[in-house]
Write a protein that binds this ligand. Structure first.
Ligand SMILES: O=C1O[C@H](COP(=O)(O)O)[C@@H](O)[C@H](O)[C@H]1O
Length: 256
């Protein structure tokens, strides 16, 4: 098995979401055959909900024992519970509310109406991660981490030319000046993401082409944060044709 980054191109957003959902279901079945619990990191953004909606629409999802699946988030916007800006809310509406999961399987970041300050919320989430840590690590080893990629190349809430992408001494950071609203956010750090067994980046649209092309051409993670992301076993970019426009042909595998 190679740990090279792979780019799988799909004709459009709908087929992209459907294909990623089908792969996710298949991989979950494989993982649940082999281990008692699976840890998955979800993302917000345009494709995060689209993939989960496609999972929800698939009858094959019924074959998964979701009670053995734990869901985490890569980042969160510092807004109240059930605010539609929240990544966890988007995931709940798209899929999770239908799965009837034990509440203990969901690990959302704290909400701005939780009574915690933003700094306390980061400490709180770091403690939650540590509670599920393995192999002496202060966090779970995620089996699949989904990430979206912004047009500027940001992943989670790690933005270009900001300190967050360089942080290695914490599992969670506070963001107070996000260039994308809302300004206040929480995010996993790069080492936590890169400790994931598989990182699946899902992105669509012509506005993502430049960031993806730069990342694969060797740009620095400071310039294009997604360039600094690599899972332990697999790193796959699931993209549509528009987002693939600046990817070197030699890196492309077409999924159709
Ligand atoms: O703000 C965020 O943006 C990214 C990418 O979003 P997109 O809409 O451009 O696809 C997302 O992955 C991240 O989780 C979110 O908080």
């Amino acid at each position: 098995m190679t740990n090279e980054r792979r780019v799988l191109v799909h004709p459009d957003k709908v087929s992209l979401a459907g294909s990623v959902a089908a792969r996710f279901i298949t991989k979950m079945l494989d993982l649940l055959d082999a281990q008692p619990v699976v840890h998955v990191v979800l993302t917000g953004g345009s494709m995060g909900a689209a993939v989960l909606e496609a999972v929800a629409a698939s009858p094959a999802r019924m074959s998964i024992d979701w009670t053995r699946v734990h869901f985490w988030w890569g980042d969160e916007r510092w807004v109240p519970a059930r605010d539609t800006e929240r990544n966890d809310e988007q995931s709940r509406v798209a899929l999770l509310d239908d799965l009837d999961l034990p509440e203990g399987n969901l690990h959302p970041f704290p909400t701005s109406d939780s009574g915690l300050t933003l700094d306390e919320a980061a400490v709180d989430y770091a403690a939650e991660l540590a509670d599920h840590g393995v192999d002496g690590m202060p966090h779970p080893i995620f089996d699949i981490t989904f990430l979206g990629v912004g047009p500027d190349g940001h992943i989670a809430s790690l933005f270009p030319h900001r300190s967050g992408i360089q942080v290695t001494d914490r599992t969670v950071i506070v963001v107070r000046d996000s260039p994308k609203p809302p300004p206040e956010r929480l995010s996993l750090t790069r080492p936590v993401i890169n400790a994931s067994q598989r990182v699946w980046l899902v992105l669509a649209g012509a506005d993502k082409a430049s960031a993806l092309g730069l990342a694969l051409a060797g740009a620095s993670r400071d310039e294009v944060p997604v360039a600094g992301i690599k899972g332990r076993r697999r790193t796959v970019f699931f993209v549509d044709q528009d987002a693939a426009a600046e990817v070197p042909e030699s890196l492309i595998a077409r999924d159709y």
